[in-house]
Design a protein around this ligand. Structure first.
Ligand code: NAD
Length: 431
């Protein structure tokens, strides 16, 4: 497939072919599917930023609002030189499915700016973030579209965007003489905790994946966690917290890695100790862990383990290495770690792959909790947040697994089937 939007449309067509027999009115069903192939709208334009040298630079900016049948559009904002309109459209489509699969009351959105943020000074980055917030301000709001961080955007950037959005709201009130009714803080999630962010957000994606691991282990009859070996690629926010919580629950985490390679410890390792070593400035491969051997990132993917957890980059499992994967199951914590051609090889080999839209949905679920807390003006403790995460992740997995058994399809197809079905059902009720 030549581009991500075409991939998303092709996926939707496959799902539609399986779902169509369940609907008595095929014409209305097909009309809803056609609508879902394109976003409801894409807001696009150039945003101007004054650079430190006094010149003005223009940056291409997008916000794609895919579908809001189940609730306001929701999705991150990415700052990256490779952002394209088709990528943003595809990512907004996948957000619709991600929010649906976890039953959180949102549709899908995504934003992006074509920029290499490492080439900007902190002051330029702030001006770009504020310009983007101003650009999307007429199209977002807590009941309309709720952006969040994504690649290269941080809690601090969300704070700048909220602040700018509040400024736009004040200007609007002055111009119209009307009071701005919306809650600006509930318009962006992923904010710093001191500025209305949620406790527990940092670890939520990794922990959400571990709740998926627990359900998957039950489904595969892997009853004793100490015998379930786990290899985690990537030791950033997602990979570390996945490894940490899996270890806390007694799973045997045998391998971890960062961009410079990793270690393999057949008896199991303590992720917190590895993090302490990494914080001292060493790459993981130089950490002195008893019984460890050094593994490259490609070796890690091919280890003989029960569960493989790619948590770093996209496209790491390809047609070249899919036939060498020895894990029983893959939990896709990174976005898009398995390319479609590899997926069919894994499926033929009986390797279960839990797709990213389900496995890493703990992040957007906690964004939803942040929004709820902002709207209530009532804030929860970390334990309250994490306790609310578990039932949502568990039931998402169980719904997916039942669909997989009923339709005799892969977990990926089952995930899309249950996600698309919920969106279509609401669209048909509304039409
Ligand atoms: P991060 O930047 O905190 O960590 C990335 C990790 O990957 C680092 O440990 C880095 O050393 C490692 N890495 C980089 N290049 C590598 C390579 N070539 N081989 C192996 N490891 C490499 O990022 P993150 O927030 O943990 O996100 C990881 C993935 O999870 C991304 O695909 C992201 O889109 C996805 N994701 C993140 C969240 C979230 O809440 N952070 C939510 C959903 C999905």
């Amino acid at each position: 497939m030549s581009n991500p939007h075409q991939n998303a449309v092709a996926q939707l067509e496959q799902v539609a072919a399986l779902l169509r027999p369940e609907y008595s009115d095929a014409a209305r069903f097909d009309a809803a599917i056609e609508q879902l192939k394109e976003p409801d709208r894409v807001i696009e334009g150039m945003i101007s930023v004054v650079m430190d040298d006094g010149s003005t630079k223009e940056f291409q900016a997008y916000r794609s609002q895919h579908n809001n049948a189940r609730g306001p559009y929701k999705g991150g904002i990415r700052f990256h030189p490779d952002v394209t309109k088709d990528e943003v459209k595809a990512l907004s489509t996948w957000m619709t499915w991600k929010c649906s699969v976890t039953d959180i009351p949102y549709g899908g959105g995504k934003g992006g700016v074509v920029v290499n943020p490492t080439e900007l000074s902190p002051a330029e980055l702030q001006r770009l973030s504020r310009a983007y917030a101003r650009f999307i301000a007429p199209h977002v709001g807590p009941w309309v579209d709720i952006p969040a961080p994504d690649v290269n955007t941080t809690p601090e950037i969300m704070a700048w965007m909220v602040d700018e959005y509040e400024q736009v709201a004040r200007e609007w009130s002055q111009q119209t003489g009307m009071t701005f009714q919306e809650n600006p803080r509930a318009t962006f999630t992923g904010k710093p905790v001191v500025f209305g962010g949620s406790q527990g957000r940092g670890e939520a994606t990794g922990l959400g994946g571990v709740y998926v691991l627990q359900e998957l282990a039950k489904a595969l009859a892997l009853h004793d966690p100490s015998e379930v070996t786990v290899a985690v690629q990537g030791f950033g926010n997602v990979g570390y917290w996945f490894a940490y919580h899996a270890h806390q629950l007694g799973y045997r985490v045998v391998a971890v890695s960062d961009s410079r390679g990793g270690i393999y410890v057949p008896e199991g390792l303590d992720p917190a100790a590895v993090l302490a070593c990494k914080k001292s400035g060493k790459p993981i491969s130089e950490c002195d862990v008893p019984g460890s051997t050094i593994v490259s990132n490609s070796d890690l993917l091919e280890l003989d383990v029960a569960i493989l957890v790619p948590s770093a980059l996209e496209n790491v499992i390809t047609k070249e290495n899919a036939s060498k994967i020895k894990a029983k199951a893959i939990i896709e914590m990174a976005n898009g770690p398995v390319i479609p051609e590899a997926d069919s090889i894994l499926e033929e080999r009986g390797i279960v792959s839990i797709p990213d839209v389900l496995a890493n949905a703990g992040g957007v679920t906690t964004s939803y909790f942040e929004w709820v807390q902002n709207l209530q003006g009532y804030y929860w403790t970390r334990d309250e947040v994490l306790a609310k995460l578990q039932p949502l992740m568990t039931s998402s997995f169980q719904t997916m697994w039942q669909m997989k058994e009923k339709q005799n399809v892969s977990p990926r197809m089952a995930t899309y089937l249950s996600a698309v079905k919920k969106v279509i059902d609401v669209m048909l009720l509304r039409s």
